[in-house]
Design a protein around this ligand. Structure first.
Ligand code: GLU
Length: 497
């Protein structure tokens, strides 16, 4: 037995998204844990599309799953466009398999056809509620009739129910929660085949997990209550149970389930906000797990080596956006100028910066990136920092140019002097610009902040900007001097007014 798995079969894990919308961070965390386990034990990572609920199907949702996994680098081995020995990997393409298995259960007396109308079912529930019954659900009327144990075909106007054992317990050693036990009698005879000929999730997933030789099922704790159903279906077929790991729910800071009202829940929204894939992987892994309770920044290789699904804390873990921002800042900071330039360049190709009139080249970004890398929390924030370099027009008022304790005449003088000396500068680079402007500051005997504040506003329209001298180098002499002339014009207009 491997140190933390019950089963010693070949490790095969599956991520089983339903195509119902954008991939929630919680689902992607499940995929991440699957992937880590597969990597650690050199196993297979399968992606199976669970689309048996045709009413909830959303066009394009599977492509979004694919994009999310690709973005995070969670490559898979089978399914989602990749062939394998256990396909098809889309449940709606496996209906004949479910039909065959449903009939097997019926012939063995473990499932039966149910013709009860919705009205009758509602009536039954109503009575159960009125009598404060402990069990609310189907009363088993059709289970008693021998004629309901004949072969089911899609044209039959009925559903098929699983004949749940009415006594005993369903129990299992969950890798995260240890021993979990359920009383069978509390569970109704649930539907395994719907009247539209599609299986329910419970049935399809158990059949597929078995046929696809899945050795470990990682899924959210919201599926824990389904476990007794799944255990009993396995038993009815006489199949061995795989390992199960029901992982804790991701909570919002208010300790309720993380949902849209708390902000972004789709992993692709985080991509759009400018978080790095390595941040997301590191961050999502730490929701419910840690190496030693302290280390926060963990490389992928360390995650693969050290991650143990059975070390997960079973109680819910809070999605802390501040921590995510901090972590992303750390990963951004650790990039080399060319890595950061590439990340920014690729980001802006996909999400063009709205405030830019021209798009920076990767080469330019290599110069700019180190100037702002310390200050960034997300790639998206870079736009605001450097917009002035790529906008045709910047805007500010005369008052913005006049710094605290300065006045319009002094401001005028600063700008005139700066134009004069920067025009004559031999080499227009950051070092020379700095020497030159600092000489002016000494000559004028003013506070550096006062002088440089005016120049910064005149050339960027921003109170804060990346380091000024480097910024001016990137702007270039012509643009810098033009901007200073515009400021000069504005100040003179005020003086002459
Ligand atoms: N299709 C289910 C979901 O979208 C998967 C549940 C499972 O992993 O068994 O959550």
């Amino acid at each position: 037995m491997r140190n933390n798995l019950n089963s010693d079969k070949r490790v095969r894990v599956r991520y089983a998204p339903s195509p119902t919308g954008e991939p929630h961070v919680g689902n992607i965390r499940t995929a991440l844990f699957d992937w880590l386990v597969a990597k650690k034990y050199d196993g297979d990572f399968i992606v199976r599309v669970e689309d048996t609920d045709q009413d909830r199907k959303v066009e394009g949702a599977i492509d979004l799953q694919k994009l999310s996994l690709q973005w995070l680098g969670l490559e898979w081995d089978e399914g989602l466009g990749k062939a394998g020995d256990f396909g098809p990997y889309v449940q709606s393409e496996r209906l004949d398999i479910y039909l065959e298995h449903v009939n097997f259960l019926i012939s063995d007396g473990n499932a039966y056809k149910c013709f009860c109308t919705l009205e009758r079912l509602e009536e039954v529930r109503k009575k159960q509620r009125e009598s404060k019954s402990q069990i609310i659900g189907y009363d088993g009327l059709c289970r008693q009739k021998p004629e309901n144990y004949s072969n089911y075909s899609i044209s039959d106007d009925c559903v098929v129910r699983f004949a749940m054992p009415q006594t005993g317990q369903s129990t299992l050693n969950d890798l995260v929660r240890n021993q979990v036990t359920f009383d069978n009698r509390l569970i109704e005879d649930f539907i395994i085949m719907k009247s539209d000929g599609f299986p329910t999730y419970h049935f399809a997933s158990v059949v597929d997990d078995h046929l696809m030789e899945i050795s470990l099922i990682v899924r959210g704790e919201e599926w824990l209550s389904s476990l007794p159903r799944h255990i009993q279906i396995h038993k009815a077929f006489n199949w061995d149970l795989p390992d199960f790991a029901h992982i804790p729910t991701i909570l919002a800071p208010d300790k309720t389930k993380l949902s849209k009202r708390h902000g972004a829940t789709s992993v692709l929204e985080y991509k759009k906000e400018g978080y790095l894939p390595e941040t997301m992987i590191n961050f999502l892994c730490l929701l419910g797990w840690s190496i030693d309770g302290e280390q926060e920044l963990i490389s992928i290789d360390d995650l693969i080596n050290k991650f143990n699904i059975s070390d997960l804390n079973p109680s819910g873990s809070v999605f802390d956006k501040n921590k995510l921002n901090w972590m992303n800042g750390q990963y951004l900071k650790s990039k080399t100028p060319s890595q950061l330039a590439k990340a920014l360049f690729d980001f802006w190709i996909e999400f063009p910066p709205e405030s830019f009139d021209s798009v920076p080249s990767q080469k330019e970004l290599e110069i700019i990136a180190p100037l702002i890398s310390e200050r960034l929390k997300t790639l998206r924030e870079a736009e605001e920092w450097i917009a002035f370099l790529y906008k045709n027009k910047i805007s500010y008022s005369v008052d913005d140019l006049i710094q605290k304790k300065s006045d319009v005449h002094l401001t005028n003088l600063f700008i005139e002097k700066a134009i004069n000396s920067l025009t004559q500068l031999e080499t227009f680079d950051a070092d020379n610009i700095e020497i030159n402007l600092r000489d002016l500051i000494s000559e004028l005997e003013v506070k550096p902040g006062m002088f440089l504040g005016t120049i910064r506003m005149a050339t960027s329209g921003q109170i804060v900007s990346p380091p000024l001298f480097e910024s001016l180098e990137i702007l270039g002499r012509e643009k810098t001097v033009n901007l200073l002339r515009q400021a000069d014009h504005l100040v003179k207009q005020t003086i002459n007014a």
